[in-house]
Design a protein around this ligand. Sequence first.
Ligand code: ADP
Ligand code: ADP
Length: 227
Amino acid sequence: MSFLNIDHVSKTYGAGAQATLALDTVSIKADLGEFICLLGLSGCGKSTLLQIISGLEEPSTGQVLVGDEPIHGKTHPSASVVFQDHGLFPWMDVTANVAFNLKARGVGRAERTRKALDYIQMVGLSGFEKKYPHQLSGGMRQRVGIARALSTGPKLLLMDEPFGALDAQTRTTMQNELLRLWERLTATVVFVTHGIDEAVMLADRVVVMSPRPGRVRQIFDINLPRP
Ligand code: ADP
Ligand code: ADP
């Protein structure tokens, strides 16, 4: 049994004449530790699929299983999400932002601060612990978002164009950093992008989604040996 099993998932937004078919019977399986990129044009349903995997949206039909458990309108305890706009809390400093997911899981103050500081160091932000999001560059904010996502030790890391708002040079840096961090985890990554270069750079497997509503047109394993 695969770790992640997306099983005949369809999604329709709205109803009647206003209905939009965003995903049409998508099935994808991934093993623990695989890095999968969902690649496709804008509007093909990538974000919708990621939100369904994360439990933020319900599928219209079909289901998603993580470690054999169905996702039902809540984020799986071993999943973490990173968004393009990073979703940091502007009123919290870096440490509080990174510790937030731990706090939400009931981890005590001393332990969550200790863990947050570890992850801040891991993403290369030592010295910025007390800065607020507006005092950071785009790349640094995304590092905070990644540290927050990793702090709970996720088995499933869901990333929706996390580097989409960054300049090309920062994006390349962040892609390399992400691979370096991921090599230390045993986690499945589902990474949404419309950039074919980014998909080829990052993925073990690229799932190409058709510009027609949501259908997965082709799945190919590029199986690049990692250096
Ligand atoms: P992508 O991430 O590939 O750009 P999306 O998943 O955002 O694609 O969108 C897929 C389709 O579903 C698009 O036609 C979009 O307009 C529609 N859609 C997405 N979210 C909603 C929503 N909340 N309500 C209605 N339609 C939506
Ligand atoms: P990256 O995040 O990939 O390092 P950035 O372009 O975001 O790339 O930032 C490059 C470097 O510039 C950072 O590592 C940091 O040392 C410095 N820097 C950027 N923004 C700030 C800031 N607001 N305050 C202090 N140093 C900053």
